[in-house]
Design a protein around this ligand. Structure first.
Ligand code: MN
Length: 299
């Protein structure tokens, strides 16, 4: 069934994630930065992605990146079901655990949950399999198990994407036609137990944040524009940060990663929401007039 599609040269080094980087604005999306990983681990992930069109993304770890396919109708355990899987750009390894809300208007905008996670075991050399257009492998996930095939097919005339088919092999995990679909049975995140809808709702303005809008409007001095701070990313702050237990030391540590304040047995929790946050936080503490020493590493 493998079609003679011209295979792109295997991408090496930095080049491997170039397309991933080109498609995204990391000041806007919470997705991981394009960093190539190391090692020969064999993780896999299936993400359920409520983008413009709902689909599932299958990613298999190989050579420090994740080989990726967008599976339109999702994987099926049913024998004889062939699911269209369009090859997409390689993703960084950190993507194995990524779930979050990609802002509307950005590439792949919508909520993404980790639907399944585990190990994949290629049968034979996966590099040859990829080049040839036929990957045979086993999945050891929590929802997807057993043996599978990915087979490249001939694209339609003028079609630029690389279509493959994802199929379940016959084994004890395969289901007979007419039995329920695993994608219908399981709709939550393997990591957090949330559905796409619940995750998307989390991204809405929280009540405590909404209340802060009034405070911010009354501020005389404005905080710097986040867009102008290198590496800054807009996002929701957690409702609760677990304080780190402080310990005594003779001399305060120095360097830009440390802040110092006076306090009497009072825990100081700082969140670096912007470069302006630490100083405003310290000013606030000083005005309460406490008098012992405490230092806390900033994260
Ligand atoms: Mn996707």
């Amino acid at each position: 069934m493998a079609a003679p599609v011209k295979q792109a040269k295997p991408q090496t080094g930095k080049k491997a994630l170039q397309e991933y980087a080109r498609k995204r604005d990391f000041a806007r999306t919470p997705e991981p930065k394009p960093k190539r990983g190391e090692g020969t681990a064999s993780g896999f992930v299936v993400q359920k992605h409520a983008a413009r069109r709902l689909h599932f993304d299958l990613r298999l770890e190989l050579d420090g990146v994740l080989k990726s396919w967008a599976v339109t109708r999702g994987p099926s355990l049913t024998l004889g079901e062939k699911r269209l899987a369009v090859r997409t750009e390689d993703h960084p390894l950190e993507y194995l655990d990524f779930e979050g809300n990609i802002p509307k208007g950005e590439y792949g905008g919508g909520s993404m949950i980790v639907w399944d996670r585990g190990r994949w075991l290629p049968e034979g050399d996966p590099h040859k399999g990829l080049a040839k257009g036929h990957l045979a492998f086993a999945l050891e996930g929590s929802r997807l198990k057993g043996r599978w095939h990915l087979v490249r097919i001939r694209p339609k005339a003028g079609e630029k994407s690389e279509p493959w088919l994802l199929m379940k092999s016959e084994d004890e995990f395969a289901r007979a036609p007419g039995q329920p679909e695993i994608t219908e049975e399981e709709s939550t995140s393997y990591l957090s137990g949330r559905t796409n809808q619940e995750l998307a709702a989390d991204g809405a303005l929280r009540a405590d944040h909404a209340a802060r809008v009034t405070t911010v409007r009354q501020r005389k001095r404005l905080l710097p524009d986040f867009a102008t701070i290198k590496g800054a990313r807009k996002g929701l702050l957690p409702t609760f940060l677990e304080p780190i237990l402080a310990s005594n030391c003779d001399k305060p540590p120095s360097g830009p990663k440390w802040i110092h304040a006076k306090s009497s047995m009072t825990a100081i929790v700082c969140r670096r929401a912007s470069m302006a946050a630490p100083s405003s936080c310290l000013r606030e503490r000083r005005s309460t007039g406490r008098s012992a020493f405490a230092a806390s590493p900033m994260r």
